[in-house]
Design a binder for this molecule. Structure first.
Ligand code: DX5
Ligand code: ZN
Length: 220
């Protein structure tokens, strides 16, 4: 089985020491860095935007995986691409013209992802799965780090994995975001996930580099 990709979410890092935190991730086995952008409208929290992304880009060669929890994401795709995003994921719930928005992300030179909330069924992905590089299944309601994992995400992971197989969609990244720990990582990967976001579990641990490695090892 291919190695799982760990994408630590910097939402949980110490922002006073963000340079050191990124340096730590550079030394770690994490392949991606997950960037949570929140607007206080689509989700009840505001995080950070372009200056933070630009600063992180200057200090890492890891893949920057940008998760947009904002309304009207189509207005900002170009700017996120210019600021250093390699992957941009948009919520299905924010995009009345999801196909157009996905094409816009690709035209900006990035890989494109679609995200579904815990209350959104996987069936909405049927007609967009061929156009995306990544499906992100939320395993918490978006807005905050450190929430409890919603176990229904395991069932949804299986559904997306089966849908991809059924439709012959190869190389799909199936990413899980929210409440990922050593307690659920293996079940998620066994269900078909190949990218795990982990925020508080990584950054609140006493040895984040080891914690990232452990997540890889227990899912192998
Ligand atoms: C939630 C964010 C997540 C969050 C993950 O809205 O999309 O990426 O930061 O943090 P943990 O791993 O702490 O749930
Ligand atoms: Zn996220």
């Amino acid at each position: 089985m291919e190695k799982v990709i760990i994408a630590p979410s910097v939402l949980a890092c110490d922002f006073l020491k963000i340079g050191q935190e990124i340096e730590m991730l550079n030394q770690s086995a994490a392949d991606w860095i997950h960037i949570d952008v929140m607007d206080g409208v689509f989700v009840p929290n505001i995080s950070f935007g372009f200056p933070v992304l630009e600063a992180i880009k200057k200090q890492t060669t890891k893949i920057l995986d940008v998760h947009l929890m904002i309304v009207n994401p189509e207005k900002y795709i170009e700017s996120f691409a210019k600021a250093g995003a390699n992957i941009i994921s948009v919520h299905y719930e924010t995009c009345p013209h999801i196909h157009t928005t996905i094409q816009q992300i690709k035209d900006a030179g990035c890989k494109a992802g679609v995200v579904i909330n815990p209350g959104t069924p996987t069936s909405v992905l049927k007609d967009i799965i061929f156009d995306v590089d990544l499906v992100l299944i939320m395993s918490v309601n978006p807005g905050f780090g450190g929430q409890k994992f919603i176990s229904n995400a395991i069932k949804k992971t299986k559904e997306v994995s089966q849908l991809a197989q059924l439709l012959g969609k190869k190389d799909l990244k199936i990413q899980i975001d929210g409440g990922v720990t050593d307690q659920n990582a293996k079940a998620l990967v066994d269900a078909g996930a190949n990218v795990l976001v982990a925020g508080s579990y990584v950054f609140n641990s006493s040895n984040p580099i080891q914690t990232i490695q452990n997540l890889i090892d227990i899912t192998a």
